[in-house]
Ligand binder design. Structure first.
Ligand code: SF4
Length: 89
């Protein structure tokens, strides 16, 4: 997504004038997610937590932290999502 060029974190060098999906940063203010993306993030977080339950602690802790990060992104989507009704006003 590329709503505001000045917010794009994928190319701070100013060389390119288009979004760089291969350098996309999940915290970018331009990012757009659908409800399905949020559901997929939560599903992925669940899988990471299941994997963490069968993994030695240091690695398990990293997996749980990653799961929490993904849930945070999904929660942020829920808080800031724009619905069709809101967009058409
Ligand atoms: S959402 Fe990703 S690809 Fe789009 S501008 Fe931001 S960092 Fe770049």
């Amino acid at each position: 997504m590329y709503r505001k060029r000045e917010q794009a974190v994928c190319h701070r060098d100013g060389i390119k004038d288009t979004p760089s999906l291969d350098h996309c940063v999940p915290s970018c203010g331009n990012i757009a997610r659908t409800d399905q993306h949020a559901a997929d993030l939560r599903h992925r977080a669940e899988l990471l937590d299941q994997q963490a339950a069968h993994t030695p602690q240091p690695v398990g802790d990293r997996l749980r932290a990653n799961a929490a990060r993904l849930r945070g992104l999904a929660d942020a989507h829920d808080r800031t999502r724009i619905t069709f009704q809101e967009a058409s006003r």
